[in-house]
Design a protein around this ligand. Structure first.
Ligand code: GDP
Ligand code: GDP
Length: 455
């Protein structure tokens, strides 16, 4: 029997770190119902759906590790992104735009049975502006007899239309050959792959908590915040910002400054954008506006960061706006709403006045040190041995579940695997996590513990 369970910080495998061999990031875009998800599943060999089975992980996957003919690449899947959004034309373009910004090359999917539509043309215009290489897939060409359907799409001006049937796999190999050829030659601008000596930071929080104010404060200049969407696809996505004399790579600052949330489909896109930024970051600065009540959306963003397995610093912004009564209200909130992240550091500051912004860097370094940390196997086992001797697991059906052996399987964030003779109940797992934290630190980082049962 094998029992895998997570204590804190569920996270998934893809997206965080890119295998050394991945040649680039390929996004699959197109209007709804053309068959993007079907195509992505076909390319991934349906591995994708399985990864989502972790309880408590309820969010959209953004990127996957994929492989074709010996070439490893990242696949950005936008199928399903529009699921929550009511058919707003412009939001389709937004969705595609986010995907394209994250990618080095693009597969544009159109529907051969339906023919060319105004939405297809809208997406094509955006793709042209992005300057990224595009391979055109005409889907739902399920048989040789329907090949003629593809020819019409030469008119889109995106080069040769590749006719495919995502459903049956027809033509998908040729499409991938062409797309990967372009991807290999493409300029790598996605940032997903950029190896950088700088630590990668995502500034996240619901709209109006002060993300762009804090970014401007840290960058030491007041930049124009608002840009219109058109023509901004080439904005720098990431920015190097010095905090306390050290350079950090702030991820997706264009998204922060551009205020996508003012557009339709607002909350949904900010969630998506947050997810994309988290995937590429190592550390999340989660901002809260303490002059307002803490909302579900605030807590959701925080959970996104923890579930993504990122190091976390909680930033309580707009401290300047609090009076004594307000400060008491905040402390009550702290005691009640933040029990999921008692391990995280909290920095009270004011982006507006700059008060305490000099405290950020230290908290950021501490969190990343914890996130990077490795506990040697010998130390870990002697610690767990002592812990078990002092507080054995309660009897279950007359038997005493025992820990046999443990090891830290990985870091970033720290992930432990414990081998035990029987099921370890929830309370005992919490106790192990608390004790590990007390003994070894891990301030500012989620940790994950899986238990494997060996009879
Ligand atoms: P998405 O919204 O672009 O992700 O589209 P989906 O992958 O969800 O597919 C939309 C619909 O088109 C579904 O009913 C699919 O079964 C269907 N579909 C997808 N690929 C093909 C194909 O190659 N041939 C045919 N005939 N139908 C397909
Ligand atoms: P974003 O949507 O998260 O990027 O938030 P903004 O940076 O645009 O800030 C939203 C509003 O909050 C603006 O009116 C800011 O001037 C204001 N604001 C940001 N930081 C502070 C702060 O520390 N104190 C106060 N009083 N207002 C702030």
């Amino acid at each position: 029997a094998e029992d895998e369970s997570l204590i804190s910080g569920a996270f998934h495998e893809g997206g965080r770190e890119t295998g050394p061999k991945a040649v680039g990031v390929l996004a699959v875009v197109g209007r709804p119902n053309v068959g993007k998800s079907t195509l992505v599943n076909r390319i991934l060999g349906r591995r994708a759906a399985v990864v989502e089975d972790t309880p408590g992980v309820t969010r959209d996957r953004v990127s996957y590790d994929a492989e074709w003919a010996g070439t490893d690449f990242k696949l950005v899947d936008t199928g399903g992104w529009e699921a929550d959004v009511e058919g707003i034309e412009s939001s389709i373009a937004n969705q595609a735009e986010i995907a394209v910004q994250m990618a080095d090359a693009v597969v544009l999917v159109v529907d051969g049975l339906v023919g060319m539509t105004a939405s297809d043309e809208r997406i094509v215009r955006m793709l042209r502006k992005s300057g990224k290489p595009v391979t055109l897939a005409v889907n739902k060409v399920d048989s040789q007899a329907n090949e003629y359907l593809a020819a019409d799409f030469w008119k889109l001006g995106m080069g040769e239309p590749y006719s495919v049937s995502a459903m049956h796999g027809r033509g998908v190999g040729d499409l991938l050959d062409a797309a990967l050829d372009k991807l290999k030659k493409a300029e790598k601008t996605s940032g997903l792959l950029t190896p950088s000596h700088l630590r990668r930071v995502a500034l996240v929080g619901r709209p109006n908590v002060g993300k762009s104010s804090l970014l401007n404060r840290l960058a030491g200049e007041d930049r124009a915040v608002v840009n219109d969407l058109a023509g901004t696809t080439r904005d720098p996505v990431d920015e190097i910002v010095a905090v306390d004399g050290e350079d950090w790579l702030f991820i997706d600052t264009a998204g922060i400054k551009r205020r996508l949330h003012k557009l339709s489909g607002a909350e949904y896109y900010s969630t998506l954008r947050t997810q994309a930024a988290l995937e590429r970051s190592e550390l999340a600065l989660v901002l809260f506006d303490v002059s307002q009540p803490i909302s579900d959306q605030d807590l959701k963003v925080m959970s996104q960061a923890v579930d993504a397995g990122r190091a976390v610093v909680l930033v309580f912004n707009k401290w300047d706006a609090l009076d004594e009564f307000g400060r008491q209200r905040v402390e009550r909130l702290w005691a009640t709403e933040f029990d999921r992240v008692t391990w995280a550091q909290r920095v009270n500051l004011s982006a507006k006045t700059g008060w305490h912004t000099n405290r950020l860097a230290k908290a950021m370094r501490t969190a990343l040190d914890s996130w990077d940390k490795r506990v040697p196997t010998g130390k870990l086992n002697s610690f767990l041995g002592q812990l078990q001797a002092a507080h054995p697991h309660p009897l279950r059906g007359g038997k005493q579940p025992r820990i046999l052996f443990a090891t830290q399987a990985s870091n970033r964030p720290p992930r432990f695997v414990i081998f035990a003779t029987g099921f370890l109940e929830h309370g005992y797992r919490r106790y192990i996590e608390r004790s590990l934290r007390e003994e070894f630190g891990f301030e500012g980082s989620p940790i994950q513990i899986s238990v494997k049962i060996r009879e």
